[in-house]
Design a protein. Structure first.
Ligand SMILES: C[S@@+](CC[C@H](N)C(=O)[O-])C[C@H]1O[C@@H](n2cnc3c(N)ncnc32)[C@H](O)[C@@H]1O
Length: 381
């Protein structure tokens, strides 16, 4: 094996271990065992590591392979599929057999898996992040009498466009549960509020006068293959699988406007397409974190330029940048507690919740909190 190949394997194995640790830390609920075990197998089993290390580094090799495996297991109706949760069902029990069966499956399907990895992109859509956005949007709605126009940047499958169609429960050890939304919604989001301030949970969900998504590659959940692939990209944990399926059904039932394109190029036209009397709320969850530094600066300039014409809000839920061990800044340029930077450097994964307000061209930013990437918990300031 060449030196480059050895290095690629070692880098990918490290990424797989980091993903297992981030999604399934020591205190994670037991249901995360399958996710942890899948990524541990990618790090430790030659048959899986060979496939992952052959994926170009910018295509998130361990995550892409994990999705390809989940997709093919389902498509082939393989016996190892009994370990994977179904929407609405519980988490299948752990026993000693999963790892060996997984390796046998991957060995037998090596060619098909390589083909899937070559032709697909890893695409995570986490509807639970709406629980991080809602308190911010509701605060804006309470402060401003104008109707709200929601512009979801990097919308992917568009699940964030329907945040007013879900039911939310905010749990706290120090106060009773606070709930809001349609109790009959198939999408039930529960989030634990950690010590600190309570987020401003509204009595009623904000009303959207308009909603539009933007993505370089919008994903149509009405297309069965797209839906099957996106389902495979969801970590195989029963809660995650259930809420994705339910949110995808809501998105199918309420087709929303979405614009294909680089947000930096289409944002001006998208903003102009919303009702003139509406306050435009740009929302980005786990999108700006992936923009190169030059594009982040271009977005800032664009915000200033558009903000001269029209009042705007930008709600962001993004990990610190640059991604990785040198992370030190919020994508919105907000001042951060030193502990958050340290936590990120020590491997903690969370999204920073921030709000940038642009009124008559003047911009002000507020750091509001931080949240687990799958909105299991929320910390408000
Ligand atoms: C990690 S996903 C997040 C999807 C969704 N916001 C969520 O939180 O589940 C990032 C999304 O941003 C989109 N994206 C990345 N860069 C973009 C750009 N410059 N313009 C438009 N969309 C972009 C990707 O295609 C992808 O759908």
């Amino acid at each position: 094996m060449t030196h480059a190949a050895v290095t690629a394997r070692s880098v990918v194995a490290g990424q797989a271990r980091a993903i297992a640790a981030a999604w399934s830390p020591q205190d994670a609920p037991a249901g995360w065992w399958l996710t942890a075990e899948t990524f541990a197998a990618i790090a430790e089993e030659d048959d899986l590591l060979d496939l992952a290390a052959a994926i170009p580094p910018d295509r998130l090799p361990p995550l892409l392979l994990g999705a390809a495996v989940a997709f093919l297991v389902r498509e082939r109706r393989a016996a190892v599929g009994r370990y994977y949760p179904e929407p609405g069902g519980g988490q299948p029990r752990r026993d000693g057999g999963f790892r060996a069966e997984l390796v046998d499956f991957v060995r037998a399907e090596r060619g098909a898996l390589a083909q899937l990895c070559a032709t697909h992109r890893y695409q995570m859509n986490e509807v639970a992040r709406c629980a991080d956005v809602l308190p911010v949007l509701a605060t804006i709605g309470a402060e401003d009498r104008r109707p709200l126009a929601l512009v979801d940047l990097g919308t992917g499958a568009g699940l964030g466009l329907h945040l007013d169609r879900y039911h939310y429960t905010y749990r706290s050890a120090v106060s009773p549960d606070r709930t809001v939304g349609d109790r009959t919604s198939p999408v039930l989001l529960t989030c634990e509020v950690r010590a600190g301030a309570q987020p401003p949970v509204p009595a009623e969900l904000p009303v959207m006068a308009d909603r539009v998504g933007v993505d370089v590659e919008p994903l149509d959940v009405a297309d069965p293959h797209t839906l099957a692939w996106l389902t495979a990209c969801v970590p195989p944990e029963s809660g995650a699988v259930t809420r994705f399926a339910a949110a995808a059904a809501v998105a199918r039932a309420h087709p929303a406007r979405s614009v294909r394109g680089n947000l930096l190029e289409v944002l001006g036209d998208v903003v102009a397409s919303t009702p003139r009397d509406a306050l435009v709320c740009l929302v980005d969850t786990y999108v700006h974190v992936f923009l190169p530094p030059a594009d982040l600066r271009r977005f800032d300039d664009l915000l200033t330029e558009l903000g001269r014409e029209r009042d705007l809000e930008w709600i962001s839920v993004d990990p610190l940048v640059p991604l990785g061990p040198d992370a030190r800044a919020s994508v919105q340029g907000l001042d951060l507690p030193a502990a958050w930077v340290r936590d990120t450097r020590e491997g903690g994964v969370f999204g920073v919740i921030g709000r940038v307000r642009v009124r008559r061209g003047r911009r002000s930013g507020t750091l509001l909190g931080r949240a687990h990437p799958g909105a299991d918990w929320l910390e408000w300031r």
